[in-house]
Design a protein around this ligand. Structure first.
Ligand SMILES: Nc1ncnc2c1ncn2[C@@H]1O[C@H](COP(=O)(O)OP(=O)(O)OP(=O)(O)O)[C@@H](O)[C@H]1O
Length: 269
């Protein structure tokens, strides 16, 4: 690494350092807790002093300059366009101390990532099918409005009992618009980021695999490292068929409703 690259990295880490708990943003939102940092934003749980409600406030990462701000504006626009009960409501953007922030509704619960990796939740095939079915109801409603999420992953789905929420619309795009991927992006990134229905379904395929792997104990079996999910996971023939289509190993689904049809048939079986 060159000395310049080193200093640039150190400078960015410094300007992107999360703000402290207790600080008031825009004279209204008191930081309760830092929730996390993504590629383009810093997310905080805040108390809205006007309503006394907890809200989520996302700050465009200072080091990402104009691009970070543009993406936050887009995220706000997408959330405004998608008023669905399973998507946190957007309360709009504000600017303070030259920083741009997006305020949205806080959804209690745990992300599927936290449930699997921290709570050690284990999902049997039927449980996973039910959750994927609820997720697909949201995904399909998003698609019906001409939008694709493009970042469906286990940290972006929150569960609380039967209630499911899909968050993080930072990469959401209108179906058919040009892909916003770098020219040197690999095949996997293209599959996930091209603004078309198949990209979300591909991501749901991986989400589904994460849930099914939650019950996988490699000690139960011979050393299978490096062997594909089809050999490692003990799943029904119908689930295998759905996964192969989602993951584009067989002729892919072109519409979320076709996958939902197969899910319903499997759940009723
Ligand atoms: N509306 C919300 N309700 C509850 N928790 C939330 C909400 N939005 C975000 N979070 C929490 O904050 C974390 C980071 O938020 P978010 O995914 O929006 O940020 P990000 O910067 O885009 O991160 P990444 O790109 O790494 O997913 C989430 O994983 C989740 O735990």
């Amino acid at each position: 690494m060159t000395l310049l690259a080193y200093w640039k990295g150190a400078y960015e880490a410094w300007i992107d350092y999360p703000q402290r708990s207790g600080k008031l943003l825009g004279g209204r939102y008191r930081i309760e807790r830092f929730l996390g940092v993504g590629s383009f934003g810093l997310t905080y749980l805040c108390c809205d002093l006007h309503s006394n409600d907890l809200v989520v406030v996302k700050q465009a990462k200072p080091s990402k300059k104009q691009l970070g701000r543009e993406l936050l504006r887009r995220e706000s626009e997408m959330m405004e366009a998608l008023k669905l009960p399973e998507i946190p409501a957007s309360y709009g953007l504000f600017e303070a101390d030259k920083q741009l922030y997006l305020v949205s509704e806080y959804r209690q619960g745990q992300t599927v990532e936290q449930l699997i990796f921290e709570r050690r939740a284990v999902y049997a095939e039927k449980d996973a099918l039910r959750i994927i079915r609820s997720l697909m109801a949201i995904v399909s409603a998003v698609h019906e409005q001409g939008i694709v999420h493009l970042d469906i992953r286990i940290p972006n789905v929150i569960l609380r009992g039967e209630r499911i929420s899909l968050i993080d619309f930072g990469l959401a795009s209108r179906i058919g618009e040009p892909a916003r991927v770098e020219t040197e992006a690999n095949e996997e990134t293209r599959r996930r980021r091209t603004p078309e229905v198949a990209s979300d379904l591909y991501a749901v395929g991986h989400f589904f695999l994460f849930m099914l792997y939650s019950g996988y104990d490699p000690d139960d079996k011979e050393a299978l490292t490096g062997v594909s999910w089809e050999k490692e996971l003990n799943v029904s023939a119908e689930v295998k068929r759905m996964l192969r289509k989602l993951l584009q190993l067989d002729l892919p689904y072109t519409d979320a409703r076709d996958f939902i049809h197969d899910l319903d048939a499997s759940l009723q079986a």
